[in-house]
Write a new protein. Structure first.
Length: 198
């Protein structure tokens, strides 16, 4: 028997070494659409519902796409165990969003926060970035603007499980991503400045 591995084994090994996530399946939790068999609108585990592709993105099964409860825009929220919250459209397009109060971040001002390559930006309801991921932390939009920071760091959770964000430079952006208050203030300076504006 030859000690030289077959070409098929080498190809599989190269693919596994290139991307250890590819081929992994994800266990999912979501609210299923009401039916005769299921009248509950509760968040429940539904087992395996996705497989990760070579680019590291989950590809959701058709059965889940037809079973998930959707909002009026056609988006469903699904939690992939060990990965996080996603919004998924009817065709299986998906975008990972930040977690907020034990669920997915909600749309505010028509956008939702999403992280990419360690930075936070904002997606529209088509799950495309309309404000590129350029911030180390960002709050949801409120009254047409959002507070963002560069150079800040997420601290340790407090006794209630809330995590503080410290340091860095802070400011406000509008829905087009334009700085309406420049990102150049400490968090306390920004709070003082905006308190005088209200």
């Amino acid at each position: 028997m030859s000690s030289i591995p077959s070409l098929a084994v080498l190809l599989v090994a190269a693919l596994v070494d290139a991307d250890p996530v590819a081929g992994r399946t994800g266990q999912c939790t979501y609210v299923a659409r009401p039916s005769k068999a299921n009248s509950s609108l509760e968040l429940e585990s539904h087992g395996v519902c996705c497989i990760y592709s070579a680019d590291g993105a989950p590809r959701f099964e058709k059965r889940m796409l037809s079973a998930i409860q959707r909002n009026p825009e056609g988006l469903g929220a699904v939690f992939v165990n060990g990965d996080g919250w996603y919004y998924v459209d009817r065709k299986g397009g998906a975008a990972k969003v930040l977690a907020w109060d034990n669920g997915p971040d909600e749309f505010a001002g028509g956008v939702v926060r999403s992280a990419h390559d360690g930075k936070i930006g904002y997606l529209d309801r088509t799950l495309r970035f309309v404000i590129p991921p350029a911030y180390d932390f960002a709050w949801p939009f409120e009254n047409g603007r959002a507070m963002v920071c560069v150079g800040c760091a997420i601290g340790r959770p407090d006794e209630d499980g809330h995590t503080l964000v410290d340091g860095g430079l802070w400011g406000y952006i509008d829905r087009k991503g334009k700085e309406v208050i420049p990102v150049r203030y400490s968090q306390s300076e920004l709070k003082s400045l905006t308190a005088h504006q209200n």
